[in-house]
Ligand binder design. Structure first.
Ligand code: AMP
Ligand code: MG
Length: 357
């Protein structure tokens, strides 16, 4: 899988090979008259705009593949949405405290991955934070923090160890009444990867799926060594244009960014992020943004959320232990200065290059 997995010397060879491959594509492109056709399609799902960008010379295939890729994203939304009362996730939440429920292969796969992410992040990523997320939403409306009693009540219904997954029977039990799963920290990354798979099934390999905070990419555009992906700097001032933190050049990888840039509530001069610390049940107050590169979109998505909870020190130590992941954590101090914490592999893992480091 791309440069991420390769030791230093192999990486250099790999880059040389890429350069040769790129040269070959240039020559081939000159010999043919028609440049490869680029397609861009957008649709709204999961409260965000999903954008497909890909190269395909056959108009009918492009149209059909795009339609099916979006249909797949829609299908995942109808499984994982906590806004839709008929989603599989909402139905499971309603059955909390009762017997184990049979679930679809898709839903089970997401839950199994969420459990993996919970285990490897020491509980920082936990989709059972639903009760605390509900309190955060209430605070956003009332501009008041939840009472200690409300927070304790929420905490008692949280914890992935209260979720029972039966791999044989493909059933799930939420063992406490009032438990609520919230897949908001992993669903978009999962959907981007699934859409990319659909395009690949139609022979479209040079593709990018952008799901708002996360992007999954396949092979690079023709004649290029990667897809250019911009990461915005934190601390965006409303009404002002986005400032660029860095631009990555990625192939066969995913990158996800999490932080309080888009959603937070200010109470008594303190900002509370929509990302919740599963230990306290409160939104994070540290001003942090985390970007994670990983070959897998759902993993990148979950880990970006988890790194915000873990913070720079624990987060970096954790990411360094993963051979296929890299991260850039940005934290704003009290004076508004942004401190950068790149993991050792951050520029190297990108493999094909990083600009404006
Ligand atoms: P993201 O934008 O990917 O970081 O996801 C943030 C969303 O994930 C929040 O809006 C919640 O729905 C959910 N969430 C909040 N805190 C956590 C957490 N500690 N672990 C997993 N999901 C969370
Ligand atoms: Mg996430």
């Amino acid at each position: 899988m791309v440069g991420a997995a390769l030791p230093g010397s192999t990486l250099v060879l790999w880059i040389c090979w890429l350069a040769l491959a790129t040269l070959g594509q240039h020559t081939a492109a000159r010999a043919t008259t028609k440049p490869p056709m680029r397609h861009e399609q957008t649709q709204t799902h999961m409260g965000t705009t999903f954008k497909l960008t890909f190269y395909c010379d056959d108009e009918a295939t492009a149209s059909q593949a795009g339609k099916l890729a979006f249909a797949r994203i829609g299908e995942i939304d109808s499984i994982l949405s906590d806004y839709k009362s008929d989603s599989e996730l909402s139905r499971l939440n309603r059955a909390a405290g009762g017997p184990a429920q049979p679930v679809s292969e898709d839903f089970f796969a997401v839950l199994a991955r969420a459990r993996e992410m919970h285990a490897c992040t020491d509980g920082a990523f936990d989709i059972s934070v639903g009760p605390a997320v509900r309190l955060w939403r209430r605070s956003r409306r009332s501009k008041r923090l939840p009472t200690l009693a409300a927070r304790q009540e929420a905490l008692a219904k949280m914890g992935f160890n209260k979720v029972r997954l039966d791999h044989q029977a493909k059933t799930v039990a939420l063992t406490q009444p009032g438990m609520l799963l919230d897949a908001g920290g992993i669903a978009k990354g999962w959907a981007c990867d699934e859409a990319l798979k659909i395009l690949r099934q139609h022979g479209i390999t040079r593709a990018l799926v952008d799901g708002g905070g996360g992007v999954s990419v396949g092979e690079p555009p023709p004649g290029k060594s990667g897809w250019q992906i911009a990461i915005a700097a934190p601390g965006r001032v409303p009404g002002q244009p986005l400032r660029l933190e860095t631009t990555l050049l990625l192939a066969k990888q995913a990158v996800a960014t999490s932080g309080d840039a888009e959603r937070s509530v200010e109470i008594d001069g303190k900002r509370y992020s929509h990302i919740v610390d599963p230990q306290t049940g409160l939104g994070l107050t540290r001003r942090i943004q985390a970007s994670v590169v990983d070959p897998d979109g759902a993993t990148a998505d979950a880990l970006a959320t988890a790194l915000c909870v873990l913070g720079p020190e624990k987060g970096l130590a954790f990411i360094e232990s993963r051979p296929y992941s890299a991260a850039l954590i940005l934290q704003m101090d009290e004076k508004g200065q942004i401190l950068r914490y790149p993991s050792r592999r951050w520029p190297r893992l990108i493999g094909v290059g990083i600009e404006n480091p």
